[in-house]
Design a protein around this ligand. Sequence first.
Ligand code: CO
Length: 151
Amino acid sequence: MAVYKVVTVPNEVLRTKAKEVTRINDGLLRLLENMKDTMYEFDGIGLAAPQIGVLKRVIVVDPGDNYMELINPEIIYKEGEQTGREGCLSIPGVYGKVSRAKKVIVKALNRHNETITVEAEDLLARVLQHEIDHLDGILFIDKATEIIKEK
Ligand code: CO
């Protein structure tokens, strides 16, 4: 169990495409645990591996009481639109209004190397889209229509 330091902008790691996970081994399970601890420590509702400097396609999310960890997540279906406020642990003090799909279906592997699909709407769908963007080096500020800086 460990809490990592969260990488912040303009660190290049946040702009680099992460690599597919090819083996789920002890190192990866440790990564998942540490990402979970780090997300909760900083009151995040999602965290992608590049945010702790690891260029692997792994995310953890929990927009309330629904913790999930997804390996090699992929959006396979999108529907509708929602616009809402977003922030990011890697961009402290900055918020923006971002349009996202209202509903998504995400395919991924779980820690047991099983393929799972997650159907998500509203906040969970937003968080998943935000975190999956991180795996491609995309940040919410790239998509935001309004940026608000708070001290
Ligand atoms: Co983020």
